[in-house]
Design a protein around this ligand. Structure first.
Ligand code: PLP
Length: 395
């Protein structure tokens, strides 16, 4: 029997049958008149997930990394200065991508387990009287550490410094799982992908772009071809695509949006908050600590958990996979061997989360962790069963 177990990695996430079926469509001619009827409403509806009334949705056949590249190459020129904090593997990779594109990257180093330092950004931006910094880049949800940054605080810092830089936000592992307010937070480009909150296969980078970023596009001259917003937007405006679109994913996206709206975005966010809190109760009952340093930083989509001294988190995740057939996230970067991650996003119920907690608990017991078998599951059960009347949610 093939492995029927859900994954507990923080993306790609479990794909509900409804979305698997929606993606199973026969090839169709993307130059036929009906393509526009399928695609245009998807672009329009995706705005609601970003919280964007004015923003323009641009998608590419790519993963989130392609979305990062599209954001910077469409709006910046070689040597342009960008400000970004490093507090995990994903913020690091975006920095690396900017450096490789010849940008002048001012990096603020932060301890892993913390988030975007709005106060330090404010000081740096206030001192930049010549307005050399063209963009501030922020990873909303650092998937390596399970830290959510306060984007609204970064916006306030930029406003307090009266600095005109654009703000680009990576919401790859937060969008459609945690609240996102493109307009309210004054985001200029938000970058996401199909394989996390949207519960689809990997393969679509999904961006929301502000009018200010579109204006910057006119003078930006970093080289771009495949990821050129101008080609994509011109083709989309006449109902097409500048090259062959990922048709099956577009069908999947249409159904994913329907699912999210049927559940209701507020309910989707509340479900993630509840799932995450149950996991955190379990971590506490095990006597373990999160990488995230304080509750205001806790991610609702992924928890990174530090293993006790003398234990190797890779051995734990390997054992869970080899013995029980369940995948958990490994520790990334400086957390490799020191922490494991439980992804709790996308198509997931309380009951599914409990199965993950039970599995990792068995794996820890097998490896003689100082953890009482059943303690984490019991703590999560107590939390999930309280007020559980409406929790037989769609998955
Ligand atoms: N940003 C964040 C926060 C991520 O979690 C990931 C992937 O996990 C990425 C960017 C890169 O996205 P992708 O792997 O889809 O290229």
């Amino acid at each position: 029997m093939s492995n029927q177990n859900p994954v507990f990695i923080p993306g790609p996430t479990n794909i509900p049958d409804r979305l698997r079926l929606a993606m199973q469509v026969q090839t169709q001619d993307h130059r036929a008149p009906d393509f526009v009827e399928t695609f245009a409403p998807v672009l329009e509806d995706t705005k609601k997930i970003f919280g964007a009334a004015e923003g323009q949705i641009v998608t590419f056949p790519a993963s989130g990394t392609g979305g990062w590249e599209a954001a910077v190459t469409n709006t910046l020129s070689p040597g342009d200065k960008v400000l970004v904090a490093r507090y995990g593997v994903f913020s690091h990779r975006w920095i690396d991508l900017c450096e490789r594109h010849g940008l002048d990257v001012q990096v603020v180093e932060c301890p892993w387990g913390t988030g975007a330092p709005a106060d330090r950004f404010e000081a740096i931006l206030s001192a930049d009287n010549a307005h050399e910094i063209k963009a501030v880049l922020v990873t909303h949800n650092e998937t390596a550490t399970g830290v959510r940054s306060d984007i609204s605080a970064v916006r306030h810092a930029m406003n307090a410094a009266t600095h005109p830089a654009m703000m680009f936000v990576d919401c790859v592992s937060s969008l459609a799982s945690m609240p996102f307010e493109f307009d309210q937070w004054g985001v200029d480009i938000a970058v996401s992908g199909s394989q996390k909150g949207f519960m689809l296969a990997t393969g679509m980078a999904i961006l929301c772009v502000s009018p200010k970023a579109l204006a910057a596009m006119k003078t930006a001259n970093l080289p771009r071809t495949f990821f050129d917003f101008r080609d994509m937007m011109a083709a989309n405006a006449s109902g097409g695509f500048p090259y062959t679109p990922p048709l099956q994913l577009i069908y999947g996206m249409r159904e994913s949006l329907k699912m999210l709206f049927e559940e209701g975005l507020e309910n989707v966010y509340a479900r993630h908050t509840r799932l995450a809190e149950g996991v955190r109760r379990a971590v506490d009952a095990w006597g373990l600590k999160l990488v995230a340093q304080s509750p205001d930083l806790y991610s609702e989509t992924v928890s990174a958990i530090i293993v006790p001294e003398g234990f190797d988190s890779n051995e734990l995740t390997d054992h869970a996979f080899n013995t029980y057939g369940v995948s958990f996230g490994i520790g990334l970067g400086e957390l490799n061997g020191k922490a494991f991650r439980i992804g709790h996003l996308g198509s997931l119920t309380d009951v599914m989360a409990l199965s993950g907690l039970a599995t990792i608990e068995m794996a820890m017991a097998d490896l003689n962790y100082p953890v009482e078998l059943g303690s984490g599951v019991a703590a999560a059960q107590e939390f999930y069963r309280a007020g559980s009347s409406s929790h037989a949610q769609a998955a």
